[in-house]
Structures are given as structure tokens and as C-alpha cells.
Write a protein that binds this ligand. Structure first.
Ligand code: SF4
Length: 382
């Protein structure tokens, strides 16, 4: 019996575009939303009816609405998506159903309705508690609105609330970052995700840096911010269960854990990426192409790759290294027939010498220093 699958559904609409955003998202237009939801229905129905995946990934215990801003949907639209999931998949009784949410555009009534239709976890894109920073990165909400949204979510009955912050914003000071963390912990979220700012080529924020209007902060300061975060989160009782994620005991994201443990997950909608245990695939990033392909009865998949046995063992190493417990080398050997200490002898001794990895009993884990140089560690196993 395989592990229950997850479902990711991408909602590619936002009220405006943030200045660092590289997600597949666009402006909210009611007619486009209606067409998109109808296409999603067809994609879900066709995928679930495909004999291979449909059978092996029928049982599901997590659903994740990401974006974009899923909470741009009306409750009726949201509810019909959940009905679709229930129609085509067997949802476990203890399912986790998450929606990302934008703090500036959500009312207490909406939150109550969202809880009533089955969403039981919210992930708020707060990003900063400094209004100047929020304005600089093009967020449409204020810090006060973020605080109010999280309180409203609690009042609406959500007992699993996550918030996202971004570290390493242009001009950011260590003291502003300390304040951001203090504000976040004051709100006592169950889960915290922190991403280091990465700017893609066309990001307006990058252009402002290139024009000299804003100053990017240096890597040393970003590292200091990350270490401060690790220390403060630990003091507050959060478990650092994945490189970018912290949770109160029992509140690690069940859905996101699937990404790092090789569990299967469906992916529906523009740019959504899925995995069935053998292949990875991702849909087109272009909404018009997505709608057109679905209309023609074609698959919206733009890329797919079949992983061979060795790819899967390599993924098991570098994905699990993201997790606190790392890779259990005995289990890895039993599952893939690969003795990591033999096969990666040179890489391991280099990484150990550089103090980037360590052994904790039978587990290979990434060190405190390794967490800030994680890509260098993962590259050794790709
Ligand atoms: S809310 Fe998120 S998805 Fe939407 S524009 Fe901002 S960063 Fe991008």
C-alpha cells in the first residue's frame, strides 16, 4: 500500500503583483477565473480517471491551495473545488487542507466560511512587519492588517496558522529583522516559513537595485539574519524541521513534508508540479496555453521526466538532507542498495572537513553552518 498522496491546486490570480514575485500569477478577472475553474475541473477529472495514477494515488490526506492568492476566489468557487477533490479522491478523515492567504484582502466572515467548507490550515504571506519594507516590495497590506488577519483567523476557528517572512530584503538591517521576528513570535503562529530573498531577472525590485535606488544587503548579513532566526525560534519552542520551516510540536506541514520525503502528490493548474513516485511533471506556466490545451482535450503538462532508480536514490539524499533528521543511512541502503559512505566517500569527507554535514547516530544531517550553504551540500549528491 503506497503512502497517501497530496493534492496541490494552483490559483494564479492576485490583486496586484509584488515587486519580487516570480510565481505564475496574474490579475484577477472574473471571466478568466470562471474559465480557469472550469478547466481545472476537467483537468482533475481526467487525471483522476487515468488508470495508472488514478488508482495508485486515489487516497489523499493533504490538499494545498497555492498561488497566486487562492483567497481571491469566492467561497462558492472555493467550495466547488473542494467538492471536486472529494468527488474524485478518497480524503483521509484526518486530512490537512491548507490555503495560502493574503492578509490585506480577507474578512472575518470569509475566514469563517473557509473554515466551514473544510480548510483547516492557513498560510499567510506576511513577509514583513515593517510598513516601509512592505511598501518597497509591493505588498498590498500593512503590518497592522497582517496582525488583524492572523487574529481574525484564530477567531474564525483556525488552530493551524502559518506565516511567511522574507529575510534579506534590500536595505534591511539586523535590527529590523529582529523586530520582524519578535512581531511574528508575538502572534504565536503554529508554523513559520522564512525565505531568503531571491530576485529573478525581470523583478522590478532587482531593477531598482541595478539603478542604485536600493542597496542589496551582503551575504554575511543575510547569514547573520538566518542564525538569529534559528536561535530565536528555538528559544520560542519551535522545531526547525526543514531548512526554511519551523513549527510548534505537531504542526509541521504534512503537505510540504511530502515534497521532501518522496511521497506522491497531484498537481493541478497553471505551473503546478507533481510527482507519482516514478515521474515528475509540471504544467505550462501560461494561463492562456493552459486553457487552450484543456479545451482541446490535451494535457497541460509542459515538462515531465521519468526518474530512474539512481535518480530516486540521489533525490532521497538531497531532499531528506533538508529535514532535521536528515537521511537514515541504514534505511537508505535497504531501500536503494546504496552504501552512501562508500559511494560518496570523497564528497562526504570534503563536506565533513568543511563542517557542513555531520553524523548523528545512523543519520547523515546537515550542520548549522551547512544550512546556510545548503545548495553546496545538495550539489554533492546530484
Ligand atoms: S501575493 Fe504572492 S503570488 Fe501574488 S504577486 Fe505577491 S508574491 Fe506573487
Amino acid at each position: 500500500m503506497s503512502d497517501p498522496a497530496g493534492i496541490y491546486i494552483h490559483i494564479p490570480f492576485c490583486l496586484s503583483r509584488c515587486h519580487y514575485c516570480n510565481f505564475a500569477t496574474g490579475g484577477y478577472q472574473p471571466e478568466l477565473v470562471r474559465r480557469y475553474l472550469s478547466a481545472l475541473e476537467k483537468e482533475i477529472e481526467r487525471s483522476a480517471s487515468s488508470s495508472d495514477r488514478g488508482n495508485s494515488m486515489k487516497s489523499v490526506d493533504t490538499v494545498y491551495f497555492g498561488g497566486g492568492t487562492p483567497t481571491t476566489l469566492t467561497i462558492e468557487q472555493f467550495s466547488s473545488l473542494i467538492t471536486l477533490c472529494r468527488r474524485y479522491f478518497e480524503l483521509a478523515p484526518d486530512f490537512e487542507m491548507t490555503s495560502e492567504a493574503n492578509p490585506g484582502s480577507i474578512s472575518r466572515d470569509y475566514l469563517q466560511d473557509l473554515r466551514a467548507i473544510g480548510v483547516n490550515r492557513l498560510s499567510f504571506g506576511v513577509q514583513s512587519f515593517d510598513d516601509g519594507e512592505l511598501q518597497m516590495i509591493g505588498r498590498t497590506h500593512t503590518a497592522d492588517e497582517a496582525r488583524a488577519a492572523i487574529k481574525a483567523a484564530r477567531a474564525a476557528g483556525f488552530d493551524n496558522v502559518s506565516l511567511d517572512l522574507i529575510a534579506g530584503l534590500p536595505e534591511q538591517k539586523l535590527e529590523t529583522w529582529r523586530m520582524n521576528l519578535a512581531e511574528a513570535f508575538t502572534l504565536a503562529p503554529d508554523h513559520l516559513s522564512v525565505y531568503l530573498l531571491e530576485l529573478y531577472q525581470d523583478a522590478p525590485l532587482l531593477h531598482r537595485i541595478e539603478r542604485g535606488e536600493l542597496r542589496a544587503i551582503d551575504d554575511e548579513l543575510t547569514v547573520e539574519m538566518y542564525f538569529m532566526l534559528m536561535d530565536e525560534a528555538e528559544k520560542e519552542g519551535y522545531e526547525h524541521y526543514e531548512i526554511s520551516n519551523w513549527a510548534r510540536p505537531g504542526f509541521a506541514s504534512k503537505h510540504n513534508l511530502k515534497y521532501w520525503t518522496g511521497a506522491p502528490y497531484w498537481a493541478f493548474g497553471v505551473s503546478a508540479a507533481g510527482y507519482d513516485g516514478r515521474s515528475r511533471w509540471s504544467n505550462t506556466r501560461n494561463i492562456h496555453e493552459y486553457l487552450e490545451r484543456i479545451d482541446r482535450g490535451c494535457s497541460p503538462v509542459a515538462d515531465s521526466v521519468d526518474l530512474d532508480y539512481d535518480d530516486r536514490q540521489s533525490e532521497n539524499l538531497f531532499l531528506r538532507l533538508r529535514l532535521k533528521e536528515g537521511v537514515n543511512l541504514r534505511e537508505h541502503r535497504e531501500r536503494f542498495g546504496v552504501d552512501v559512505t562508500d559511494r560518496y566517500q570523497a564528497e562526504l569527507s570534503r563536506l565533513r572537513y568543511a563542517d557542513l554535514i555531520e553524523m548523528v547516530e545512523d543519520n547523515l544531517v546537515i550542520s548549522r553552518k551547512g544550512k546556510v550553504l545548503a545548495n553546496e551540500v545538495f550539489a554533492a549528491f546530484v
